[in-house]
Design a protein around this ligand. Sequence first.
Ligand code: FPP
Length: 242
Amino acid sequence: MSSKEKIDIAKLPQHIAIIMDGNGRWAKQKGKVRVFGHQNGVKAVKETIEAAAELGINFVTLYAFSTENWSRPKYEVDALMQLLVKTINSETKTLNKNNIRLLAIGDLESLPKNCKKELMEAINSTSQNTRTTLVLALSYSSKWEIIDAVKQISLKVKNNEISIDDIDQNLFSSFLNTSSIPDPELLIRTSGEYRISNFLLWQIAYSELYFTEKLWPDFRKEDLYEAIVDFQSRERRFGKTS
Ligand code: FPP
């Protein structure tokens, strides 16, 4: 029985978040420069979205560029931004054909102008699509997002638009970049690293974590199916007893 056949379609996670890791090591293993790994990571991105859409997963969030990634060598940052522009440009048609909506979270103002422009155009062009939502985390870090929410809420308190007593989990969530997106039930990280790396810290409070040794450019549909099967074998208690 293949992993896909083992999936219980009635119990799919509605949101899967992925830390795509291992591009640099994948390239190094092949004696190539790191950017080669990122370029080959695009194939894994496409396979993952396609598999998720075929299964009927509502949201997929990909950690494509973290706030910390700005500290990488300039040539790598430039190459990643170019790759992003190129991929968004070439894939928007396919997203529309497959009824997939694109969203982005993160400090989008810090992106290069052409990158932000392409991104916004793709987001607008796909905004009516309903099958699956692909969320790109770009120039994103959870601590940045949380501080940003705290600042927005503080300003509202200062202007007497809300009172301190109004602040609860729901209100706080509504000031996060992910306000329109349900929390992920499943978080996947590739490349055998066991870290969260400043990704969706608030939102993964009760997510199931799945780690795989596969390096991101090698990640395929079958790997996503395996992660979902593993997720479905777990008992989610949310702090209660079984
Ligand atoms: C982590 O691998 C990966 C990234 C920082 C970038 C991910 C980008 C892509 C997969 C390409 C474009 C994406 C889209 C959505 C079009 P790493 O460089 O940290 O690898 P390492 O840990 O082996 O060094």
